[in-house]
Design a protein around this ligand. Structure first.
Ligand code: ATP
Ligand code: MG
Length: 504
């Protein structure tokens, strides 16, 4: 055994004194006193804030949800495996948040913003809290730029503007998700980042949506945030907030963002499960008393910022599932009153073949014409009234065989409009196509075309316009206004095309 010389001891002592770093870190820790169903009661961290992130000894995170006299309760954001009474909990002293990055585009994330598509980690650019205050009145600009869905029935009658919140509501299997996906597909080359938040859905449904977006080259500007039905309720609860945090990151960079919450009914259910486990008192339909605030604070974060704040926007398309068309249930009425309008989808229409099954009478866009191009506004002006008149007349004339010519014309015209508004999946229409078709329809060009052949007639007619009337298409796309000359030209083109056909 070698002897250590006094010099060596001295040098070690010296280096310890010079390198002494008196940085001391105080960690506030507590202990679990009860754990079960993803809810943890903790003793010892009574300075913890509401909404603060805490870390358990297994590395799993939690969010403080209840502050009580002697204890605090947190929800677990992961598995409770390895945790038991007495396990250590550490405060982070910061609100729950997620890492955000430009590289999230094209990826599939979980509710905590971590990639789950197996394509590798995402480097963080910034950290955003999942709960954030909505922009104030002075930071906002009015909604006046259209966000085209590519769905004729919606763009013509219930236009959506950038920064608007438009609810998609309907029973199960009425095409709610399809409308949102079509809208995302239609944002191609429009400089809009799309975020699809799947809450409490089957993992297979989410996988199908991802593959659809990939197929239509829409994944390159989209982000999927998925919290499937198998996720614990707290993760489902935070997923729309996480999605919005990502949206805010892009909005603050001046980008236009479209966010779809599919769907908020399941979100409310997850929140109800969590609240009941937290022993909060149940209210109407067993939802907790703050379920309105749950959605209002989420949807208020969608806005259009003024130029001083970067000019970005978040447009939200929340989805709500109703039971037997009952829009007066608790959650539907709440969300209807928060949003700037709703698109009401009806099973009856859906099964009778009118797809998208938009109920014209019950749907509305409170932003309306302000979010439409002038051209679209002009050609779609009378559409809702014409359809309403048609519906009324249709019921009225159901039993009479003898119809006077004006009534017959009204019915024929109505049938044509209904047929025109039908649209297959994944076939969003560009603005010029919508305007030309509606302009020709309102100028009664289609009156002698058999209704059954109308769809193929229209698509062939568009081909004819591409070749012979390209200037019309260009004018609509660039100037976006409808003049009398342009309308006359569309009529002329459509009539020419009709004459060129053998038997119409
Ligand atoms: P869920 O309640 O299960 O979420 P949903 O209301 O979101 O259903 P979708 O999944 O969008 O409805 O659509 C239900 C079915 O209807 C799908 O099989 C879809 O292919 C079909 N569908 C939706 N829209 C159209 C359309 N415009 N044309 C033809 N089929 C459609
Ligand atoms: Mg759906």
């Amino acid at each position: 055994m070698s002897q250590t010389s006094p010099d060596q001891i001295l040098s070690v002592l010296k280096s310890q004194i010079t390198d002494y770093d008196n940085k001391c870190e105080v960690e506030e820790t507590g202990r679990i006193i009860q754990i079960g169903d993803g809810i943890v009661t903790i003793y010892g961290i009574n300075h913890a804030m509401y909404g603060e992130l805490v870390i358990f000894e297994t590395g799993v995170k939690g969010i403080i949800q209840n502050l009580e006299a002697k204890t605090v309760s947190a929800v677990l954001l992961g598995s409770d495996y390895g945790l038991s009474e007495g396990s250590k909990v550490t405060r982070t002293k910061r609100m729950a948040g997620i890492n955000v990055s430009d590289k999230m585009i094209g990826r599939v994330l979980n509710a905590l913003g971590e990639p789950i598509d197996g394509l590798g980690d995402i480097e963080a650019d910034d950290f955003y809290p999942i709960e954030n205050e909505a922009p104030g009145v002075t930071a906002r600009k009015s909604v006046n730029t259209p966000l085209q869905t590519g769905i004729l029935a919606i763009d013509a009658m219930f236009p959506i503007g950038r920064g608007q919140r438009e609810l998609i509501i309907g029973d199960r299997q009425t095409g709610k998700t399809s409308i949102a996906i079509d809208t995302i597909i239609n944002q191609k080359d429009k400089d809009v980042i799309c975020i699809y938040v799947a809450i409490g859905q089957k993992a297979s449904t989410v996988a199908k949506i991802v593959s659809t977006l990939k197929k239509y080259n829409a994944l390159s500007y989209s982000i999927i945030v998925s919290s499937p039905a198998s996720d614990p309720a707290p993760l489902q609860y935070i997923s729309p907030y996480s999605g919005t945090a990502v949206a805010e990151y892009f909005m603050h960079k001046g980008k236009d963002v479209l966010i779809v919450y599919d769907d908020l009914s399941k979100h409310a259910t997850a929140y109800r499960a969590m609240s009941l486990l937290l022993q909060r008192p149940p209210g109407r339909e067993a939802y907790p008393g703050d379920v309105f605030y749950l959605h209002s604070r989420l949807l208020e974060r969608s806005s259009r910022l003024d130029d001083e704040h970067g000019g970005g926007s978040i447009t939200a398309l929340p989805i709500i599932e109703t039971l037997a068309g009952d829009v007066s249930a608790y959650i539907p009425t709440n969300v209807i009153s928060i949003t700037d309008g709703q698109i009401f989808l009806e099973s009856e229409l859906f099964f009778s073949g009118i797809r998208p099954a938009v109920n014209v009478g019950l749907s509305v866009s409170r932003v309306g014409g302000a979010a439409q191009t002038k051209a679209m506004k002009k050609v779609s002006g009378s559409l809702r009234i014409d359809l309403a008149q048609f519906r009324e007349m249709e019921v009225f004339t159901q039993f009479s065989s003898e119809l006077d010519p004006s009534t017959k014309e009204l019915l024929d015209y109505g049938n044509i409009l209904v047929e025109l508004l039908k649209q297959p999946l994944y076939r969003p229409l560009p603005l010029h196509e919508q305007v030309i078709i509606l302009s020709a329809a309102t100028q009664k060009v289609f009156m002698d075309v058999p209704v059954k052949k109308l769809k193929s007639f229209c698509s062939d007619m568009m081909g004819y316009f591409e070749i012979h009337y390209h200037d019309v298409i260009e004018e609509i796309d660039t100037k976006k206004v409808m003049t009398d000359e342009l309308a006359a030209k569309i009529r002329q083109g459509a009539c020419e095309f009709k004459k060129s056909l053998p038997n119409t």
